[in-house]
Design a binder for this molecule. Structure first.
Ligand SMILES: [Mg+2]
Length: 183
């Protein structure tokens, strides 16, 4: 596919601390997955602004044996279903099960492979898109894939980003704050 066809835009979202409350440890099960208060409203608004919504999440707890692929799939399935019931479509979810203590990985953030794969799979133009995360490695992963990043506080309010992102002019996001979280 030619680059000229890459016209879709996306919000790439870190999961823990952005979508669900991060207690400072792993989220091991659906029972521990608590969606932050304004997330659904924010996702709906971002979707209505024309963004695809894609989760990009490190789940190194799998490599550590803290939880399983099945537990992660159950969390993501339930979240996507809950979104669907609110007319919000999560286009895709990418997670990296690796942890540096147990082996090297290109997919684990700050590696950019998950974002690059998402862009290729869904014909997304990185320059029209954003990576929202609560750790510098989220922003680094986005920037390595040509996606501008927005750093928010851990368990912050995603809704606060919506007005600026909703009116971000296509192809001009490089003029927006990239990583200082003040948007
Ligand atoms: Mg996080």
């Amino acid at each position: 596919m030619k680059n000229s066809n890459l016209k879709r835009k996306a919000i790439f979202l870190d999961r823990d601390g952005v979508i669900n409350h991060d207690p400072g440890d792993y989220t091991r099960s659906l029972a521990e997955f608590n969606v932050l208060p304004t997330v659904y409203e924010a996702l709906k608004a971002l979707q209505e602004s024309g963004y695809l919504l894609i989760l990009i999440t490190n789940q190194g707890g799998i490599a550590k044996g803290q939880y399983t692929h099945q537990a992660v799939d159950q969390i993501h399935g339930a979240f996507r279903q809950e979104c669907r019931s609110r007319d919000i479509e999560i286009t895709d979810v990418f997670y990296s099960p690796h942890h540096p203590d147990y082996g090297e990985s290109l997919s684990r953030k700050p590696g950019s492979l998950m974002i690059e794969r998402a862009c290729a799979k869904h014909q997304i133009d990185p320059s029209l898109s954003w990576m929202v995360g609560d750790k510098p490695r989220d922003i680094e992963a986005g920037n390595s894939a040509g996606v501008a990043g927005i750093l928010i506080p851990v368990n912050g309010d995603l809704l606060q980003l919506v007005p600026a992102l909703a009116k971000a002019p296509s192809g001009e996001n490089q003029q927006m704050p990239r990583s200082n979280g003040t948007i």
